[in-house]
Design a protein around this ligand. Structure first.
Ligand SMILES: Cc1ncc(COP(=O)(O)O)c(C=O)c1O
Length: 340
């Protein structure tokens, strides 16, 4: 099977396993784990922030950030398809007690003007607007990488209104590989940044939340409250650190594979792809309503595993386990299934 369901399906490489097996460990709740400490410091350095904190998942880093930026009853602003709004089990309401004000973006991108229009005026009846969350790259159909000017525009308006800025950068590494804009350049527009090691970078576990030393200290309390305090976490942080140092550059290969597959699939009957949004490793394709699962099953019959994320959407995610030669086979399988 060529597994294109997600970039989270990867297995640690032998070198990564060795780094994990040999990682020095300690009790991370007591801030004693040397590998976690090293990994957090390196992540903060790459992102140009004062500090970072390791957590089990991207959901937790986003939700701890939202919790730490807000008080119950506040309102936060994000795009209507944002992962934090619709794919994290209602956590902003459940864990932080905040309301989400959702903006309709174009290709996943909203504007400073939209933010200005959504900020609540000071009034005893209103929730207090506190935070703007940006997801870059956005993980949903029809969305592309945020132009840096669009981020700057939103950040400027946020500052004018005294709002904090959080970046869900689960795949920020992919945006960097695609645009050549560094992690630190992106991160400079945000108070806090969440990044994942368990997606394109291929580590088995973990994400990090970066920001000021003070914010990270506050987040440490919420990580514990949410049940994310881990003990000898260096075993897994060792994999994350290895991935951070060794797997960022190879992401360009995943992007080339995604592009080649998307261009071939776009020529097939029954598939609709906005090629302008194919900029990193995720390819969403629109298919006739109700056929998604059927196509997934048909492709499985040809040795290709993908997901249907909606009745009329299928998704392919190129990843470390898939070579350029595999993509030739995937293109052939798509040709057979959609050609029929
Ligand atoms: C944009 C984005 N943010 C956050 C997450 C959550 O990450 P996790 O699955 O580690 O909780 C994902 C997961 O795919 C994602 O795509």
């Amino acid at each position: 099977m060529i597994d294109l369901r997600s970039d989270t399906i990867t297995q640690p490489t032998p070198e990564m396993r060795r780094a994990m097996a040999e990682a020095a460990v300690g009790d991370d709740v007591l801030c004693d784990d040397p590998t976690v400490i090293a990994m957090e410091a390196r992540t903060a350095e790459v992102l140009g922030k004062e500090a970072a904190i390791y957590m089990p998942s991207g959901t937790m880093t986003n939700q701890v950030a939202i919790r730490a930026h807000t008080e119950h009853g506040d309102e936060i602003i994000m795009e209507s398809g944002a992962h934090s709004a619709i794919m994290e089990t209602g956590a902003p309401a459940a864990l932080a007690g905040v309301m989400c004000r959702l903006l309709e973006g174009e290709r996943g991108v909203f504007t400073g003007e939209q933010v200005a229009g959504a900020v609540r005026t000071e009034n005893v009846h209103h929730p207090v607007t506190k935070l703007v969350c940006v997801e870059n790259p956005p993980n949903r159909i029809g969305a592309g990488i945020w132009p840096i000017e669009a981020i700057a525009d939103v950040a400027r308006v946020a500052r004018e209104h005294g709002l904090a800025m959080h970046l869900d950068g689960a795949r920020l590494w992919n945006a960097v590989a695609a645009t050549g804009i560094s992690e630190a350049e992106y991160a400079a527009y945000f108070d806090t940044v969440s990044v994942c090691f368990s997606k394109g970078l291929g580590a088995p576990v973990g994400s990090a939340l970066a920001g000021t030393r003070e914010f990270v200290a506050r987040s440490r309390r919420f990580r514990k409250q949410f049940g994310g305090g881990m003990r000898q976490a260096g075993i897994i942080a060792g994999g994350a650190l290895y991935a951070l140092e060794n797997h960022r550059e190879r992401l360009a290969e995943d992007h080339q594979n995604a592009r080649r597959l998307a261009e071939a699939a776009a020529t097939l009957p029954g598939i609709e792809i906005d090629l302008e949004t194919i900029q990193y490793n995720i390819v969403y394709m629109r298919v006739p309503m109700g056929t998604g699962v059927r196509y997934v099953e048909a492709l499985r019959g040809h040795g290709v595993d993908i997901l249907s994320t909606r009745g009329d959407v299928i998704r392919v995610v190129t990843n470390m386990t898939v070579s350029s030669a595999d993509i030739d086979r995937v293109i052939e399988a798509f040709g057979k299934v959609f050609g029929e």
